[in-house]
Design a protein around this ligand. Structure first.
Ligand code: FES
Length: 104
């Protein structure tokens, strides 16, 4: 059995290289989450979960589209209410993010 077949993939993305960068902790929906220095927020979020947000209209799960700051598909919020494009914002230690969820 190959080692990777036994792993449970929790996120949409899997880190394969550059694993020796400095580790940082951020908080996603209140949960302490490991990031690596130089990551975008999109990278951090999608290595830990399958999507970034749910649309406010249909509730569909979104994970970014263009990955270059143009499509507006990857918005997240800080706990103080600021909106950030996760694909073009670099992680900083102790950031507190909220990933939007559709209204029930
Ligand atoms: S993925 Fe398109 S703006 Fe971020």
């Amino acid at each position: 059995m190959h080692q990777n077949t036994a792993m449970v993939q929790q996120g949409q993305l899997v880190r394969l290289v550059e694993l020796n960068r400095k580790k940082l902790t951020i908080y996603i929906n209140g949960v302490a989450t490991e990031a690596l220095e130089g990551d975008t927020l999109l990278t951090v979020i999608l290595t830990h979960q399958k999507f970034i947000r749910q649309t406010e209209f249909s509730g569909s799960e979104r994970a970014g589209f263009c990955l270059m700051g143009a499509c507006q598909d990857c918005w997240v919020c800080t706990e103080d209410g600021s909106r950030l494009r996760s694909c073009s914002t670099l992680v900083q230690a102790n950031m507190k993010l909220v990933t939007p969820k559709a209204n029930p």
